[in-house]
Every structure is written in C-alpha cells, then in structure tokens.
Design a protein around this ligand. Sequence first.
Ligand code: ACO
Length: 407
Amino acid sequence: MKDEIELRPSTPDDFAPIFQLLSTVFHEEIDGELRDLEGIVYELDRSLVADDAGLVAGHVQAFTRDLTVPGAVIPAAHVSGVGVLPTHRRRGLLTRMMNRQLHEIADAGREPVAVLWASEAAIYPRFGYGPAASRLVFNITNREVRLPAPPPEPSGRLRMGDPQELLPEIGKVYEQLRPGRVGWSSRDDNWWKWVLSDPKDHRDGATKRYAVVFEGSGGPTGYALWRVKNDWNIHGSTADVQVREVAAADTETYRALWRFLLEVDLTRSVSWRLAAVDEPLLYMVDEPRRLGPGFSDALWLRVIDVPAALAARRYATDVDVVLEVTDPILTSNSGRWRLTGGPGGATCAATSDPADVALSVTDLGAVYLGGTSFGALAAAGRIRQLTGNDPAVAFGWHRLPSPTEVF
Ligand SMILES: CC(=O)SCCNC(=O)CCNC(=O)[C@H](O)C(C)(C)COP(=O)(O)OP(=O)(O)OC[C@H]1O[C@@H](n2cnc3c(N)ncnc32)[C@H](O)[C@@H]1OP(=O)(O)O
C-alpha cells in the first residue's frame, strides 16, 4: 500500500487540492482572500505532494529566506504547510516527505539549516529538528503595570497609520535591526505583503490592524503592529489590545511604543504571543507578574550541513572542541567534527581526534541559536559531556532568539 503513493513535486494543478488538504488538516477554511495570500509566497518548485492515484494526500513545502543566527545572516529553508489527510495518517507519509525534503535541501547545498514552527512538539525531533527558540505569551492586565516616566524632552514622536502606508518606515527599521536579531527571517516585498495582510477571516471580531511608528530626528527607530478586540461587561470596557509585532532600535523607542500599547483608552488587557524569553519589558515594568507570561516553544531548527552550519555562526567565547554528532537521516553529518572559533568567526572540519561532547543532530539544532542551553540538555541526559572541555558558554549568545512571525 505504502509504495503505491507517489511523492512528487507539485504542479500548478495541485494548488487547489493542496489548500483543500491544508484546510482539512488545520480545521479552517483556507479559501478566497486567505488562499490568494498564501499564493503570494508559495514556491511551487519547493513543494512536494503525496499523490494517491490522483488524490493529494500529503503536502510539505519550503520557503527560501534568510535567518539571523548568532553573529551572521544565513540561508535557511523555512518549512511549512505540512499535512497528511486523516484517511492517510500514520502510514509513514510524513516520514517519507520529511526525509525526501531534507535530502533535497542537503543536495542543493545552499542552506545549512532548516527551520519551522511545530503544530505539536512531538512531531519533529525524530526528523532532527530541535527546539532552538522559545517565547513568552503575554496576557497583560494593562491597568496594573507601570513603565518609568518618559524623558522630559523625548527624542521623537509617535505617528499612527495604516500598516501598508507606513511600510517604508516599518521596513527600514526591520532591515536595520534584522542582522543583529537572532531568529528574525528576511522579508522581501511578497513577505511584507504576507506579514501586513489583514484578511477579515483572521480578525476574529477584532478591528483592522494598525501601525504606529516612532520617529526620531534621524528617521524611524521603531514600530508596533496591533489591533483591538472590543468587549464590554457590566463594569464597562474589557477590550484587549492584540499586539502582532514590536521592533525598537533603542530603549527610549521601546519604552515609548510599549507605553502607547499599554495605555490605549477603553482597554483592560494587552496580549502578545511572540515575546522573547528575555523580553526587556519584563525588566521595565513595576509589576512583571502582571504581564502574565506563559512559556512555549517557538522556532525549531534542523542542521542540514554540520560543518557549514557550525562555521557560519559566531560564538560568545573562544571555543576549540570536538563534537561527535549522530544523524540517522543525513548520514554524512554523523561523525566527529572539530569546531574552532569565537566572537570573530569559526571553522569546522572532520577529525579523527577523540570527542569532547556527544550529541544527536536534534540537540545540535536545539543549541544552534543560543536559545536552548547545552547545560540544560546535558542535565536532561540528552547531551553527553565526555571530557572537561565544555562548549556550553561559547554556544550561548548575549540575547536570546526572538522570532517575529509564525510562517
Ligand atoms: C511545519 C508545519 O507545517 S507543522 C504542521 C503539522 N501538521 C499538522 O499538525 C496537521 C495535522 N496532522 C497531520 O496532518 C498529520 O498527523 C502529520 C503530518 C502531523 C503526521 O503525518 P503522518 O503521515 O500520520 O505521520 P507518519 O505516519 O509519518 O508518522 C511518523 C511517526 O511520527 C509519529 N507522529 C506523527 N504525528 C504525530 C503527532 N501529531 N504527535 C505525536 N506523534 C506523531 C507517528 O506516530 C509515527 O511514529 P512511529 O514511527 O513511532 O510509529
């Protein structure tokens, strides 16, 4: 039965069935405006279907984007749209699609890592993806948190408007900050359309999306995107400010944007699903418990090419270590690798020297962005430290990764 189902690249004729499949597996209607939107960023030549005698029974795709990693910006396959029809589940179709996709990415030789957001955390470790970035989900009772007073003479002003109209300012800020923000993905014109799109079906009764930009004397230094979900009870308004994105080049901009978001009149809460685990707001407000932070996984990362990936990022301190990696899928990654580097750059090559550390490619993916600690994985019994040469500090970074969007 298994072999009757063919894996093949998608064609334009598959487009409608693919979105029918994705609607089914994600329990939502992806049609009309929503489907057009997904079509803007869709890369047909990077999508794969499982074809059961003409029926699209499975799908996986990748987007061509760059990702900021510690000290560098590198090409990273952004994997998405994974689904198998309920009638075809648990017959190994996902396994076949994942294995084929990983080999295709590796054979193309361009992207040393792949990343994704997981619908369920149990799915991807077996394919070599590790939890590389986490996030906080804020549910803020905004009347109960205070920020420090603004400077007597602010260095800029806030300008509110339509996100599309403010795109030149928003895009400029994003591009200026992106090289230094681990976990951020590149956005070309199509991705900006996707990010700023505002289909009614996604509003769940809330307002359209708004943007606010902080403009200093030298130009924009930050922006926020948000909408408001209105509600009332016997006491009055209980509306929620739903924050999509906040980007700020400096402390004053960040504080000004958050004061604005926390003080929208006729609201009683602010929610944000993509706060960093070390989000500065935690250390700015007088009562951080009222941010109501909840912890969750965020970006999952798969090392496709061990030496290329390890040489591409920078390290917090000097490091000279031999890693013994096991990778049952992309087997050329398995073996011993000497990583030599530091804050200025790194090299990595195969070695026959004895290993200092033994780990799976999944755990290498987890530590790659500096968002999951070597020490924690060792304490969990996942990474084995074989000598006293411990690279834990070197693999960290001065800030934790903070992905800005679920793609
Ligand atoms: C990046 C993204 O797009 S994330 C979105 C992922 N998609 C979804 O969540 C949509 C709904 N779910 C689905 O479409 C399917 O259940 C999929 C794609 C998750 C799994 O597809 P399947 O073809 O059933 O997976 P497959 O048969 O290859 O399973 C491989 C192994 O993973 C396990 N597995 C698969 N899905 C899950 C899951 N959701 N939770 C736990 N284990 C899982 C299977 O039990 C199997 O384990 P085994 O080898 O020990 O028996």
